[in-house]
Design a protein around this ligand. Structure first.
Ligand code: LIP
Length: 259
């Protein structure tokens, strides 16, 4: 019941920015590439109100508000109201709502909704991963046949050289690269077996808390670049892949001096 209610909330939240019109009121946060719009804030306000009403004992951590309400509670919602904000600003129609529920810092439920395609990805810990209710599973592509998705960590210029070094290594060794602009949707494509590896040198917990669980429940691996679990307490790197590519991806990141 909780999952179905969260799915309804995700769909409604996606509809809020799908129907965006007028001035998006774009502003900068940490820098010229770290954008936020009035819709990011509006969707997050809705999500905090709706999710807190559903599970009042849970804390709430959202991208658009440094306040971490309910820190130290057993359960916490970790939310990105619009993952792929720059895509939204440019009307590239490739963004998603990402909602994770964590228990003692571990994701136990993840819902990611792409309103442009009406695609809802979900997973519960130990319950498998699904797209619009149908089971999904990672691919079995080997590294030489791998389609690699990547993020540029554009908020962290100190990571640019490392990102391009790893991208070049993977372009040489794998099939090809793609940069979509939404970490959450990239992780969903890995889970669905439509791509085979994903990396980004630094992300925030709201970018990957739901997508990492969906990848793992789809039979893949999602960790930081050292192989350690993804943290909901701090930013970290992200490496996600099918079982045949995971060790290869971690080794390539290590060779490029990334962690
Ligand atoms: C974005 C991620 C993307 C990353 C961007 C940003 P946002 O999330 O989905 O992969 O490269 O730097 O973190 O900020 O649009 O929610």
């Amino acid at each position: 019941m909780l999952l179905s209610e969260i799915e309804k909330i995700a769909r409604l939240a996606g509809g809020l920015f799908l129907r965006a019109h007028g001035d998006k009121q774009v502003s900068e946060k940490s820098g010229r590439r770290d954008l936020v719009t009035r819709y990011d804030r509006e969707v997050q306000r809705y999500l905090e109100e709706a999710l807190s009403a559903l599970l009042p004992e849970a804390g709430f951590l959202g991208e658009e508000g440094e306040a971490h309400s309910g820190g130290g509670r057993e359960y916490c919602f970790v939310v990105d109201p619009i993952d792929g904000t720059t895509n939204f600003v440019k009307n590239l129609r490739h963004s998603a709502v990402s909602i994770a529920l964590t228990r003692n810092g571990e994701s136990v439920l993840g819902v990611i909704y792409n309103p442009y395609r009406d695609e809802l990805f979900r997973a519960t810990k130990g319950g498998g991963a699904f797209l619009n209710g149908s089971p999904i599973h990672v691919s079995d592509a080997p590294p030489e046949d791998a389609l690699v998705l990547l993020g540029m960590s554009p908020y962290y210029p100190e990571l640019t050289d490392g990102t391009f070094a790893l991208a070049r290594r993977l372009f040489d060794d794998c099939l090809d690269l793609r940069r979509g602009g939404s970490a959450a949707l990239d992780l969903c494509e890995i889970a669905a077996g439509n791509a085979d590896c994903y990396f980004e040198c630094r992300l925030s917990p709201w970018d990957y808390a739901a997508g990492g669980l969906i990848v793992r429940e789809a039979g893949g691996f999602a960790s930081d670049m050292t192989g350690a679990p993804l943290s909901v307490e701090r930013k970290c790197s992200v490496a996600a892949a099918n079982p045949g590519c995971y060790d290869f991806l971690l080794a390539a990141a290590r060779d490029c001096g990334l962690r």
